[in-house]
Design a binder for this molecule. Structure first.
Ligand code: SAH
Length: 232
C-alpha cells in the first residue's frame, strides 16, 4: 500500500483566502475599525441587509466595504461612509429625517429602522428609475416598519419644502456648499450631515440664525447635480 503524502491543498487555499463575508462579518469589521459605535445603528445594520439593495450581479460583493454600481452611473454608498455619517447624525426614534440622494434606498431603510414606527423618513432622488428601485427594495423588507418612508423624485438641492421642517437632514451626494434651502428647512436643535466636495460637514442649528459647523476630511462622493446652492 502506498501512503499518500499530499499536503491537503484545500486547507491551504482556505488559509490563504479571507474568511467568507456575511452581513455579520461586515458589521464586526465596522465596529472593530471604530466606524460603528451606537447600538441602535448597529441593530439597524443587522436588520437592513445591504445585499437586498444591490442588483443581482452585485450580490456577491454586497458585504465588501466599497461602493457598488446600482445603474444610471450611480453607486450604493460605501458601508464605512454610511456608518460614519449615521454615527454623526444620531437618528432617534420618532424623528422626521430628509434623505437626499436616496439611490438604492439602503440608507433610507437604515434611517427608517432608527426612527421607528413613530418617525418619518423622506427620500428624494433625481433619477426616477432609482426612486422606483428604492421603493421596491424597502417595500419588500420586513425588518423595517412599513409606511415610515416616502420617496419623491426631484432635485434634493432644494430640500423638500412640502414636508419641512426636519429634525435632521442627510445627503449622499456632494454639494459644493450646503444649500440654503436645507438650512431653512431644519428645525432649531436639528442637524445636517452632508458631503461638501471631499469632506463631510456637520451643521447644528443652535437658534434661528446660528449654525455650528464641523468638518471631517478624506471621503469621496458622487456629485449633487443641479440647483443653486447656498454660501457655506
Ligand atoms: N444612499 C444611497 C446613495 C446613492 S449615490 C445608496 O446607498 O444607495 C447618491 C445619489 O444621489 C444618486 O442616486 C444620485 O442620483 C442622487 N443625486 C445626485 N444629485 C441629486 C439631487 N440634486 N437631488 C436628488 N438626488 C440626487
Amino acid at each position: 500500500m502506498v501512503e499518500s503524502r499530499s499536503p491537503k491543498p484545500l486547507m491551504w487555499v482556505r488559509f490563504l483566502l479571507p474568511p467568507h463575508m456575511t452581513n455579520e462579518t461586515l458589521i464586526e469589521q465596522l465596529i472593530k475599525d471604530g466606524y460603528l459605535k451606537t447600538q441602535l445603528i448597529i441593530d439597524a445594520f443587522s436588520a437592513v441587509d445591504r445585499a437586498h439593495f444591490v442588483p443581482e450581479d452585485q450580490k456577491q460583493f454586497a458585504y465588501k466595504n466599497y461602493p457598488l454600481p446600482i445603474g444610471f452611473g450611480q453607486t450604493i454608498s460605501q458601508p464605512l461612509t454610511v456608518a460614519f455619517m449615521l454615527e454623526l447624525l444620531q437618528p432617534q426614534p420618532g424623528e422626521k429625517i430628509l434623505d437626499i440622494g436616496s439611490g438604492s434606498g439602503w440608507q433610507t431603510a437604515l434611517l427608517a429602522y432608527c426612527v421607528g414606527a413613530e418617525g418619518k423618513v423622506i427620500g428624494v432622488e433625481r433619477i426616477p428609475e432609482l426612486k422606483k428601485f428604492a421603493e421596491e427594495n424597502t417595500a419588500s423588507l420586513e425588518t423595517i416598519p412599513q409606511g415610515v418612508i416616502k420617496f419623491f423624485e426631484g432635485d434634493g438641492s432644494k430640500g423638500f419644502e412640502e414636508e419641512a421642517p426636519f429634525d435632521k437632514i442627510i445627503a449622499a451626494a456632494a454639494a459644493t456648499s450646503i444649500p440654503a434651502a436645507w438650512k431653512e428647512q431644519l428645525k432649531v436643535g436639528g442637524k445636517i450631515v452632508a458631503p461638501v466636495n471631499e469632506s463631510i460637514h456637520v451643521l447644528e442649528r443652535k437658534s434661528q440664525d446660528e449654525f455650528e459647523e464641523k468638518r471631517h476630511f478624506g471621503f469621496s462622493f458622487v456629485p449633487l447635480i443641479g440647483g443653486k446652492q447656498g454660501d457655506i
